[in-house]
Design a protein. Structure first.
Length: 95
């Protein structure tokens, strides 16, 4: 897949814009530093990592896929992230 095709694919699934937003959020300094960065949590996913996670977790068949950290104390990385349905994600964080 070329970069433009990947970009269009993830934009249509609302993953690529979130990827860009998260990278900018975690790179912010000073008053723009987010809560995750202040806690030392880093966003370490590349676009290739997101593509891998997307395929691995079967996100293409999900109604509203959402990126979830398995261990909330660890970074956003390939081994600590999964894509789950948004409704399931909400239930996890409501508990």
């Amino acid at each position: 897949m070329n970069k433009n095709k990947i970009s269009r694919y993830f934009q249509s699934k609302r993953i690529f814009p979130n990827h860009r937003m998260m990278r900018m959020y975690h790179a912010a300094k000073g008053r723009y530093a987010g809560g995750y960065a202040a806690k030392g949590i880093k966003y370490c996913l590349s676009l290739a990592d997101l593509i891998h996670i997307w395929s691995r977790d079967g996100a293409n068949s999900m109604a509203k896929p959402s990126l979830h950290r398995i261990d909330s104390q660890k970074n956003y990385d390939r081994d600590n992230c999964q894509i789950i349905e948004w409704s399931e994600h909400r239930k996890i964080h409501a508990a």
